[in-house]
Design a protein around this ligand. Sequence first.
Ligand code: NOJ
Length: 572
Amino acid sequence: MKNIFLSFLLAGFLIPGLTLSQNKIADVQVKENFWYKNSVIYNLEIGVFKDSDGDGRGDFNGLIQKLDYLKMLGIDAIWLAPFQPSPGEDDGYDVADFYGVDEKLGSSGDFVEFMHQAQKRGIRVIMDLVINHTSDQHPWFLNSRETKTSKFRDWYIWSKDRPKDAEIGMVFPGVQKEVWTIDNKTNEYYYHRFYNFQPDLNFSNPEVVQESQRIIGYWLNQGIAGFRLDAVPFIIEVPKTGSEKPKLDYDFLTDIRQFAQSRKSDAAILGEANVDPEENQNYFGKNGEGIQMMFNFYANQYLFYALATGDLKPFKTAIEQTKKIPEASQWAHFLRNHDEIDLGRLTDKQRDGVYKKFGPDKNMQLYDRGIRRRLAPMLGNNRNHIELAYSLLYSLPGSPVIRYGEELGMGDDLSLKERISVRTPMQWTDEKNAGFTSADTAIRPVINQGDYGFQKLNVAAQTRDQSSLLNWNARMIRLRKSSPEIGLGTYTVLDVSSPDVLAIRYEYNGQFLIIVHNFSDQPKSASVPSGKARILYDLMPEPKDMKPDGGTFNVSLAGYGYRWYRVDQIIP
Ligand code: NOJ
């Protein structure tokens, strides 16, 4: 343990267990070293991004060709969906070899070349770390089910009898029937939170913990900057403590974070856990000694409720509830990801409100809790509404995560099963198969009709059009990156005179921003507190600077309008 602490010191990083102000070596500069606190992250799946060899499937070499595009967009880090060898029954989230590269996506050499090319452009690479379970084709599981005495038997969770709660705690209700499945080889049941081809690893076995550290060490050594840790609440479940309310081992999180940082001092872990704000504290750790980043699933659900209904109140409350986090920790915000939008925390009435607006057909809904659509179709392709949503994403306190294709306003394909609807190939040009592949058939159908069809909606067309959503996003990302107050500072939700307007004030290092958003489709005015500000410099096109009067200013916003202001000359 001491050695690990020493390496933190030498690296000039925060020592877990101490807050920023307690830490002698920590100052503002150190905080700015936490790259993950102020990075724009772009999530993509290699297999549907760009095909370089004409086999119909995207690959690492194709991705290399598109790095300059991502650089143009202004992203800081790429989050790669699983790319390790896998039978692909859950789109790669069923890993069959943690140390390899799926040959369908390229060779290990291609991977290294990609890492080099990304690094050359100053782009960090985060990868999915899917260690809660393996594929049932993983050699560990094949061995584990061979005999009850096999070397790997205890790497998985087995039960002689069918546990009483076998039908409780499924992550994919409606598709998945149970969390324990009988294995006909040894006639015992194995545990799986997800599909039955994804047996859970047993993290109470020290060998499994050690192996997970090896995996982390391996990829960090290959240049990876951090991990998106899949299914965190299930990794830390203490086996057989019940699938409804299992005991959780949060220390595991501190351990892997420390391990990761002992190998690479600025390695970061971004956790996927849809838990309430209080529970989230356990993931960050009381003093930030847990994993550094968490997706803010909690606020996300209320954000969708606000976008669908215009009722802002629960969202405001959610941003307040998720405010108190350790200084070294950070939220990741997102609008769409590769899964369904999870609305499980809303009341039935609230959820119905969102369904009604954004996913009225049964086929648009999934797992009794969410919507399997992309953002643009949900918002009726209303450009003003889409801009409002993205302006919000870029200004929510945390780091924004964008899903590939969202920068163009890509659509979905509801004829594809479950979550595959939002995983169609990237639309590059108006040529055959959207310029994604030269093959006649792409691994997944390209969206080829209507407003979202590649003929109309593609990168090439939007690159040339200054007013396109793509160019708007690139400008907004540039603005976000010149606004360190958002990622690094503190924030206050302001009391404004209109219930439709959200105003947040950010402060960092003597710099201030006030950003306002109108959630109504109608024009709204609001009086917004401005503290001691003398001038608010409007950062939007066609700027209209504000001179507050008596500690407030009046803002008039178009329907779904938004404005970013830099507050100058605050008199202390
Ligand atoms: C969460 C991932 O986001 C999802 O796509 C996957 O199916 C499950 N974890 C299982 O790994």
